[in-house]
Write a protein that binds this ligand. Structure first.
Ligand code: MG
Length: 244
């Protein structure tokens, strides 16, 4: 095998624990929207009723699923799906179309603000700093984190928002785009990610080597060639040393 010159990283649940981030953002922005609407439409709210009582969080989640099915091209563009689901619900709530669009945008801005309040695992900054001296680093995410809003952004030469380019992983295109922009090739690159379906399988099929972060200890008994199982991203330098 040729030596590795590029590393691509998944973000959510690879470089930080994303579940608490999403839970906080999901509840937080919806509560904010409900309270802001009640404050703004105090008089009108008497006739419309409280927004989140008529459309609880579960209704918003169901609407997002329905939208993803109705507009499959956008299924991986979670920002678009959230904003459009909110717009639809707010119009059904009784707001005029323009007000629904404005409040949906405001709710989404709240969500994205909370979504970026995350803390990478403590080892991550030093790890990327050290690896960046030896390898070209890229990030490939299906999520709607904007890496440039995070302090670790400086370590990545390339960041790919695969959902927003309408080709979410396991589509091969975000991997190929990242490698092209890093000036690498699959045989010279290793992808690091936690999802068997969205990270491991597509990268392995392209001929990349893969570090599978098996944080949930799903532990496939036999790994395909070129796939290595780690429990945590902090184990990556040891793996790379062994591969070299
Ligand atoms: Mg992930």
């Amino acid at each position: 095998m040729p030596p590795i010159d590029a590393l691509t990283f998944d973000l959510d649940d690879t470089l930080w624990d994303n579940r608490p981030v999403m839970e906080h953002a999901e509840h937080g922005h919806y509560r904010w929207l409900d309270e802001a609407l009640a404050a703004w439409h105090g008089a009108q709210a008497a006739s419309l009723g409280r927004y989140a009582e008529r459309f609880p969080l579960s209704a918003y989640q169901t609407r997002r699923q329905q939208l993803a099915e109705r507009v499959p091209l956008r299924r991986g563009d979670f920002t678009w799906i959230r904003e459009h689901a909110l717009r639809e619900l707010l119009e059904e709530y009784g707001l005029p179309r323009s007000a629904a669009a404005m409040w949906a945008a405001a709710g989404l801005a709240q969500f994205l603000d909370l979504r970026h309040r995350l803390t990478p695992y403590p080892e991550v900054a030093a790890l990327l700093e050290a690896l960046g001296g030896r390898y070209r680093l890229g990030a490939i995410t299906n999520g709607n984190v904007d890496v440039t809003r995070l302090p670790i952004a400086a370590h990545f030469r390339v960041t790919i928002a695969a959902g927003e380019m309408l080709a979410p992983k396991p589509d091969a295109r975000p991997f190929l785009a990242a490698l092209a922009r890093l000036g690498s090739r699959p045989s010279r690159a290793l992808h690091v990610g936690d999802s068997w379906r969205e990270d491991v399988l597509p990268a392995q099929r392209l001929g990349m080597r893969v570090a599978w972060i098996d944080a949930r200890n799903e532990g496939a008994t036999s790994l395909p060639p070129g796939v290595h199982r780690l429990r945590h991203v902090s184990e990556l330098p040891d793996l790379l040393a062994g591969l070299d």
